[in-house]
Design a protein around this ligand. Structure first.
Ligand code: BG6
Length: 500
C-alpha cells in the first residue's frame, strides 16, 4: 500500500535497505546524511538501516568503517551519543545481489528485523550501486516478492544515470514498473536537494517584484552555468560513456531549467509541480540540424593549470582512451516556445576542469531606452538577478544608482545576500533532505518518469549529433572557462556570460 503525497510522521517507520552498502555513495553521502538526521531528530523512532554488501565483514567491522566515513564527511562533528543511536540502527547483511536465490534470505531477514525494530513491514530500497545492477536488483526484489507486504508500503530509490539513452531508460522503467508503481519510485537528482534550487520556487512565487517581471517582456536572457574545477579523477571509466550531456545536462541542468521556466502550479502537491515542469520540457524548441549546427558547443579539456598546479588533459586521465571523443563541456542556447518565454534565449553551460567551481542562474533584464541616461558612449549595465547555488548560497541583485562621488555618473550597485558555504555549510546537505522526504513519502524533489523521458528526448538528439560529428578535441585548456566557441555563442547575439 502506498499512501501518496506528504504522509504524516507516524508512518515513517521503515527499514532502509541500501544495496551497495560498502560503496562510495553510502560512505560519503548516505551514512553522513543519516547521522545528521539522527542529530536533528528527523528519523523515526522505529527505524533500521540494512546495508547490503558483497564483502566479507562482521557487523562490528562494518560499523567501524562507517564511523570513519561519518567522521570524515559529516557536516557536524561526531557526538558519541548520536553515533551510538545511529550505530544501533545499522545492520550489515552480506550477500551478492547477482545471486537471485539470496533475495529470499534477505526478505526473511527484513521480516525478522521488523519484529525487533518495530518497522511494520515498510521498506525503502535504495539502489546505491552501479547502474548495470539496477535491473538485476529490481528483478531480485520482484521474484522474492519483497515489495508487497500487506498493510505496508515499499519505495524504490534509484540514483542517476536513469538509463543511458531514451531506449534503455524506457526498458529500465518498464522493468521497475512491474514491481513498483510510479508514485513509489524516487529517482534521485541530488541538485534538487540543494537549498537554492528549492528556493527558486519560493523566490518566484512569493515575491511580486520577481514574478510579475518573470517573462519575455522584461527578461533579456537566462543563463544557467554549472562549472567545476574538478576533472574526472578516478571516474574515467564511467565518464567516458557518459560525458557532460548524460552526466549534467540530461538531469541537473534540465531540472533547473524547468524550475526557472515553469508556470506557477495550482498547489504544492507533488504532481501539480511535476506537471508544470513537464510542460516546460514539452515547449523546448525543436532540435533541428540547424539548431545543432548553430546553438551547441562541445568541448574536451586538454592539460592546463588549476590553482597553480599542472593537471592532465581528459585523454590522459585514468581509464580514458587516448583518442576519446567524449565531451567534458557543453554550452547551448535554446528557446522555450510558450507564451511566457517565446523569443528569450536560455544559455546553458557546464564543464569540468574550468577556472572556477560554481553553480549559478543569471537572469538578465532588458535595458531601458537610452533616452534620458546612457547617451553617447556610456554603457548601461543591465539589471541582473543571480541565484547563487554554490559555493555561495543566496541572491545577488544589480541595479543602477547615481554615483555619489560625481555630479552625473551612474554606477551599478550590487546587493548580495549570499554567503560562502563550501559544503553548503550548515544548511542541510542534499541527501539529508532527500532521505527525509523519501521517508515522508514526498516525491516532489524527485523526477517523474515523463520528465525523465522528455529530458532524454532532448539529450539523445544532442548526443547523437556529438557522436556523428568529427571532434577536434581537446579544444580548451584545463583552467580556462571552456572553448572559444562557447563565448562566440553569446557574442554573436551581442551578449556575454556573466561572472558577477
Ligand atoms: C554528479 C556528477 O551528478 O554531480 C558529477 O556525476 C558532478 O560528475 C557532480 O561532479 C556535481 O555535483 P555537485 O553537487 O558537486 O555540484
Amino acid at each position: 500500500m502506498e499512501t501518496g503525497d506528504r504522509n504524516g510522521d507516524d508512518i515513517m517507520s521503515a527499514i532502509l535497505v541500501i544495496f551497495g552498502g560498502t560503496g562510495d555513495l553510502t560512505h560519503r553521502k548516505l551514512m553522513p546524511a543519516l547521522y545528521n538526521l539522527v542529530l536533528d531528530k528527523l528519523l523515526p523512532e522505529n527505524f533500521a538501516v540494512v546495508a547490503v554488501g558483497r564483502r566479507d565483514k562482521t557487523e562490528d567491522e562494518y560499523k567501524k568503517d562507517i564511523y570513519d566515513s561519518v567522521n570524515k564527511h559529516s557536516r557536524n562533528k561526531i557526538d558519541a551519543a548520536i553515533w551510538h543511536k545511529l550505530q544501533n540502527m545499522i545492520h550489515y547483511y552480506q550477500f551478492d545481489f547477482t545471486n537471485m536465490e539470496g533475495f529470499q534470505g534477505l526478505k526473511e531477514y527484513l521480516n525478522q528485523l521488523d519484529q525487533t525494530a518495530g518497522t511494520e513491514g515498510n521498506r525503502v530500497f535504495y539502489l546505491a550501486v552501479a547502474p548495470e545492477y539496477f535491473e538485476t536488483i529490481v528483478h531480485g526484489i520482484q521474484i522474492s516478492d519483497m515489495a508487497n507486504k500487506e498493510g505496508a508500503w515499499s519505495r524504490l530509490v534509484i540514483e542517476k544515470p536513469f538509463g543511458k539513452d531514451l531506449m534503455t531508460a524506457r526498458k529500465l522503467n518498464n522493468k521497475i514498473l512491474e514491481v513498483f508503481p510510479e508514485k513509489s519510485i524516487y529517482r534521485i537528482d541530488h541538485y534538487l536537494g540543494k537549498e537554492m534550487i528549492q528556493n527558486i520556487m519560493v523566490l518566484r512565487f512569493c515575491n511580486s517584484i520577481f514574478e510579475s517581471i518573470w517573462n519575455n517582456k522584461f527578461i533579456d536572457n537566462v543563463q544557467i552555468s554549472l562549472t567545476e574545477k574538478l576533472g574526472v579523477g578516478t571516474r574515467g571509466g564511467y565518464y567516458e560513456h557518459s560525458g557532460a550531456m548524460r552526466d549534467m545536462i540530461q538531469n541537473h541542468i534540465i531540472q533547473i531549467l524547468t524550475l526557472v521556466a515553469m508556470e506557477p502550479p495550482t498547489n504544492l502537491k507533488t504532481d501539480s509541480i511535476r506537471t508544470e515542469k513537464q510542460k516546460v520540457l514539452e515547449a523546448i524548441e525543436e532540435i533541428t540540424p540547424e539548431f545543432l549546427r548553430d546553438n551547441v558547443v562541445f568541448g574536451q579539456y586538454g592539460p592546463g593549470i588549476i590553482d597553480g598546479e599542472p593537471v592532465p588533459g581528459y585523454r590522459q586521465e585514468l581509464n580514458v582512451p587516448r583518442d576519446s571523443s567524449t565531451e567534458t563541456f557543453v554550452a547551448l542556447k535554446l528557446h522555450i516556445n510558450n507564451f511566457r518565454w517565446a523569443g528569450i534565449p536560455f544559455y546553458i553551460r557546464t564543464g569540468k576542469r574550468l577556472a572556477k567551481s560554481s553553480a549559478e542562474i543569471v537572469i538578465q533584464f532588458k535595458d531601458l531606452p537610452n533616452i534620458l541616461y546612457f547617451k553617447d558612449e556610456e554603457i548601461q549595465e543591465p539589471n541582473l538577478l543571480v541565484l547563487r547555488i554554490q559555493p555561495n548560497v543566496g541572491v545577488f541583485f544589480q541595479f543602477n544608482t547615481k554615483d555619489f562621488t560625481s555630479h552625473h555618473g551612474i554606477v551599478p550597485t550590487k546587493m548580495d545576500t549570499s554567503s560562502f558555504q563550501p559544503m553548503q555549510g550548515n544548511t542541510p546537505e542534499a541527501y539529508e533532505r532527500l532521505i527525509y522526504d523519501i521517508l515522508r513519502g514526498d516525491a516532489t524533489l524527485f523526477s517523474r518518469w515523463d520528465e525523465v523521458e522528455a529530458a532524454w528526448t532532448v539529450a539523445d538528439r544532442l548526443i547523437a549529433y556529438r557522436e556523428q560529428k568529427k571532434s577536434s578535441f581537446p579544444n580548451y585548456d584545463a583552467g580556462s572557462m571552456g572553448p572559444v566557441r562557447s563565448f562566440e555563442l553569446l557574442a554573436k547575439d551581442g551578449r556575454k556570460w556573466w561572472h558577477v
